[in-house]
Design a protein around this ligand. Structure first.
Ligand code: ADP
Length: 420
């Protein structure tokens, strides 16, 4: 049934052709002449038929059927989709290269140009990326059409880690046929890796910091339960050390909790108005016992008027307690710690804490706010430090959109400035 209908449809199509129509008209004319119709009438009829045929031929292109259009499309030369693809990838901020089936680079977006430099078009991918991993992956995708991805590190201009993915671009089938294109994209995961490393370093450091006093506590307990069981003098001495170690553990846990609380609200800006003048007076008073134990005098150089900033009072107290306490502990030799408050027109509000101790060697300055970073671990421990104080300060200041600027010259003390 289907076969018959398609034969009739093909025949009807053929008969609709202007040339078939013309042929039929000529045949009709010959038949008319042979059957002795007046040749003049036959000629007029033939001429009329010819005109109809020509008019049909002229209008033919408007009436073409869909299959005919597709047939002709298939004969068109292949269209290059690269310009369209190039303008689409230009809008993306992730480095992307477009490759052809021969592995040559057809285009790159500005992000790729920024990451890998200008790559001349039509060069093979291997002229820019020598990594066998990338080249094998590209080869496989071109051969199979299946997407692939690998992890790849670039050393220059700076160390970066990427997830590199290659996939064939699915071009629309109802358009003219196009040679396949392949997208090679680079997802930068360097920051993610850095954070993962930081987190695992942090857990390792925190465990180590807790393990040390814990081991010491266990050691003393064992001694007290064994050889020093009946030694009253040893009891007194050991209990004192054990209390110190327990205090050290609790300081560490407090600082760790403080950090994690700060991380939770890192993206919420504080909205209280805090007057720094009375607040710094309160900090000085609360640190007075420690300062007098260390033989240090805390001097405040403050303005008579209010110096207001937007912030969280408790957190700002924590910042200045940490900085002034450090100045007293590490700058003890200088015997004075000076606190300056500046609030000049058109300038940011600044609080500087200046000590006159041994100062900090330049190479340590950039790392001071890292968690557990200490210039001297023994020095910090002997001064009841946890190595987390400046990390907490930095976290709080980031939340306050403020900065910590540290200046120091060895032997001439240190200056820690908070700039709001
Ligand atoms: P800690 O609990 O060890 O004091 P911090 O994070 O507060 O930890 O400080 C990190 C390190 O910075 C300290 O161990 C110390 O080596 C150094 N430091 C901080 N403040 C001073 C200062 N005023 N003078 C000299 N060194 C300092």
């Amino acid at each position: 049934m289907n076969d018959h209908s398609s034969i009739w449809r093909i025949l009807a199509d053929r008969l609709r052709s202007p040339w078939a129509f013309l042929l039929m008209a000529c045949a009709a004319l010959v038949a008319a002449v042979l059957s002795e119709i007046d040749p003049l009438v036959a000629s007029v009829l033939w001429a009329l038929t010819l005109i109809v045929a020509l008019v049909r031929a002229g209008g033919r292109s408007h009436n073409e059927t869909v299959p005919e259009r597709l047939e002709r499309t298939a004969e068109q030369p292949a269209r290059d989709a690269t310009p369209l693809a190039r303008s689409l990838i230009a809008a993306l901020d992730q480095p992307i290269l477009i490759l052809r089936a021969d592995g040559n680079i057809a285009a790159q977006n500005p992000a790729a140009e920024k990451a890998f430099g200008m790559i001349a078009a039509n060069l093979h991918i291997s002229t820019r990326f020598r990594s066998p991993g990338i080249l094998d992956m590209v080869r496989e995708t071109i051969a199979t059409g299946e997407p692939n991805q690998i992890e790849h590190s670039e050393r220059l201009p700076s160390e970066r880690v990427y997830v590199v993915r290659v996939a064939q671009a699915e071009l629309p089938a109802d358009e003219a046929p196009q040679p396949p294109l392949y997208l090679l994209s680079f997802r930068d995961i360097s920051e993610l890796r850095r954070l993962e490393r930081m987190r695992s370093d942090f857990v390792a450091n925190a465990s180590h910091e807790l393990r040390t006093p814990l081991a010491s506590l266990r050691g003393f307990l064992e001694t007290l339960m064994g050889p020093a069981k009946n030694d009253a003098k040893a009891h007194e001495r050991f209990f004192g050390i054990m209390l110190e170690q327990a205090n050290r553990m609790s300081r560490l846990v407090d600082d760790l909790l403080s950090l994690s609380r700060l991380e939770l609200k890192a993206h919420i800006a504080p909205d209280e108005t805090v007057d720094l003048v009375p607040m710094l007076g309160h900090v000085r008073d609360s640190l007075a016992p420690l300062a007098s134990d260390l033989g240090v005098e805390i001097r405040l150089y403050m303005l008579q008027s209010k110096v207001e900033v937007t912030g969280d009072r408790d957190e700002l107290v924590q910042v200045f307690e940490n900085l002034i306490e450090n100045a007293c502990k590490y700058g003890q030799d200088g015997e004075t710690v000076d606190v300056y408050v500046r609030n000049e027109d058109g300038q940011p509000v600044e609080v500087s804490i200046v000590d006159h101790g041994p100062g900090i060697p330049a190479e340590h300055l950039p790392r001071l706010t890292e968690r557990f970073y200490r210039v001297s671990v023994t020095d910090s421990r002997s001064k009841k430090g946890t190595g987390l104080g400046l990390a907490i300060v930095k976290h709080i200041l980031t939340r306050h959109r403020a900065r910590l600027v540290v200046k120091s010259e060895e032997g001439k003390g240190a200056e820690f400035t908070v700039r709001f």
